[in-house]
Write a protein of this length. Structure first.
Length: 528
């Protein structure tokens, strides 16, 4: 038992126990066994110490391993997060690249179309310039011919006056000599009277002068446009086959009067003026405003007479969908003098509980209403019909162009160029250009009394959009295909559109539910 206790004491620490010291003092006969026991105790102590150190090292290694594992998980999570972030960035970059690549393709296609359009316009311009130079040379040649004819006419007039004076002197001398002739001589040789002298000398010269003047007139008329030729299409005046027996002075005055009647109208008429035959005029000038059931007046209208005009434009003027040019007859109808204003439309919207359109901070009141769809415009016209019992509607495309042209055949109702102070568009030179709409009637009306048919707000019309005028109605009716009207037509240009978009013949297409800050309308009405 003691040996067991001693062994336990040896494993309990490094220093020898008191018991081991006592054993060391025993007789030498048992010294060998004790030393062996002590050696084993020491070894056990060393082993215990190593085991403790190993345990401590193992603990440290476990802690380090645990810490390393925790850090590794953290780093792994961070790496995974960074990887996901990079993947998202890569996806964003890929989408951005795809978008930019698509934009680049579209820009390239647009550039190609613009280049082709520019080339076509340059070719058209070259053709027009060539035609202009050709016409200019023809005009100069004909002017020279007219000048030569006028000079010859003046020379003939001078020769005629000189000849008429000689005839008068000859007639006076013959009359004086005839007073001395005897009765027998008078019977045998009758003396020529003044009428016979005029027939003999004056009539051939007068006829040649008249023929020369008419020839000059025909040359001059050849310079004029087709419509002006109609001014001279009536039959020429009848000239007497024989000159009446009048005095020479009366014959001269008659001839000069006839020559003036033929030549003076040609000299006073400017070749640039074009009288458009059949040009319509308003039926009456007074404005028409019907009282609505809600108590307010309706839109201001003006009645237009029936007439005909040439609708459309040639492709080289940038209106590829406004051809072929064709003759269109228009019946009587009433047209809104102004574009429908916010005041007028807001009354309708509040009365019917409809959405109020946005004025984009420009002001409501007398500004033309915008931000309305084609269906909104049609609903407003239907509401006016129910309020008045009249047939209000949107104008047809033909009626709109007929009213906008106001009898003109030029690109704009005032002429061929975009003059400052005529309208508001992108480059029209007004204070509203490319900024906002202007209050209606800020510019002068066209000859029919209609305001803002060019610029300001684009205007919905009743027609479906077609790519050209092939098979279009020729009686002014709206061209509508039930169930197949994907787009509607708008006319007149706008404050933020180029001037070429407000040409009389320019056309634009939009889906029926389109709302834009430059898209409004005006109304028309059937006659009673």
């Amino acid at each position: 038992m003691n040996n067991g206790d001693d062994s336990d004491s040896l494993f309990a620490g490094d220093s020898p126990s008191p018991y081991s010291r006592d054993v060391a003092q025993l007789p030498s006969s048992g010294g060998i066994g004790l030393r062996q026991g002590e050696a084993l105790g020491d070894e056990l102590s060393i082993l215990r110490r190593r085991l403790q150190l190993a345990r401590e090292e193992n603990g440290r290694l476990g802690d380090a391993l645990a810490s390393e594992r925790t850090g590794s998980r953290t780093r792994q999570r961070e790496s995974e997060g960074r990887l996901q972030s990079l993947e998202r960035e890569l996806e964003d970059l890929r989408r951005s690249f795809d978008s930019k690549e698509q934009a680049l393709v579209e820009a390239t296609e647009n550039g190609q179309r613009l280049r082709e359009d520019l080339e076509n316009r340059v070719k058209a311009f070259d053709k027009l310039q060539s035609r202009f130079q050709h016409k200019k040379r023809e005009l100069e040649a004909k002017k020279e011919a007219v000048a030569r004819l006028e000079k010859e006419q003046q020379e003939l007039q001078a020769a005629f006056k000189e000849l008429s004076g000689e005839l008068a002197l000859a007639a006076y001398g013959h009359g004086h000599a005839s007073s001395t002739v005897t009765a027998t001589d008078t019977e045998t040789t009758p003396a020529p009277d003044r009428a016979s002298l005029v027939r003999t000398y004056f009539l051939p010269i007068a006829q040649w002068l008249i023929i020369g003047t008419l020839f000059a007139a025909l040359i001059y008329v050849g310079l004029r446009p087709r419509h002006v030729e109609e001014l001279f299409s009536s039959d020429p005046p009848d000239f007497p086959s024989e000159v009446p027996e009048q005095s020479t002075d009366k014959q001269v005055s008659m001839f000069e009067k006839t020559a003036r009647e033929l030549v003076e109208p040609l000299k006073q008429t400017d070749v640039r003026e074009v009288a458009l035959s059949g040009a319509p005029q308003p039926l009456y000038v007074e404005e028409i405003r019907e009282r609505l059931k809600v108590g307010s007046p309706g839109p201001t209208l003006i009645a237009l007479n029936a007439g005909h005009f040439r609708m459309g434009s040639r492709p080289e003027f940038g209106t590829d969908d406004a051809n072929p040019i064709r003759e269109v007859r228009i019946g009587k109808f009433l047209m809104g003098v102004y574009e429908v204003t916010f005041d007028e439309y807001d009354l309708f919207a509040r009365s019917t509980g409809r959405r109020l359109p946005n004025d984009f901070g420009w002001g409501r009141g007398k500004h033309p209403v915008v931000d309305v769809t084609w269906r909104d415009a049609q609903a407003y016209a239907d509401w006016l019909s129910s309020q008045t019992g009249r047939g209000y509607r949107l104008p047809s495309e033909a009626e709109w162009e007929y009213a906008a042209r106001a009898g003109s055949s030029s690109p704009y109702w005032w002429g061929r160029n975009v003059d400052s102070g005529r309208a508001v568009c992108f480059e029209c030179g007004s204070q509203w250009d490319n900024r906002s709409t202007a209050p209606v009637a800020s510019f002068a009306p066209n000859p029919f009394g209609l305001y803002d048919t060019s610029g300001n707000a684009m205007e919905w019309v009743a027609d479906c959009y077609h790519a050209n005028y092939v098979a279009a109605p020729s009686d002014g009716r709206a061209w509508i295909v039930p169930g197949a009207c994907r787009y509607r037509v708008a006319r007149g240009g706008a404050f933020n559109k180029p001037a070429r978009s407000m040409r009389n013949a320019a056309r634009h297409r939009f889906a029926s539910d389109t709302r834009l800050n430059m898209l409004g309308f005006r109304v028309a009405r059937d006659p009673e």
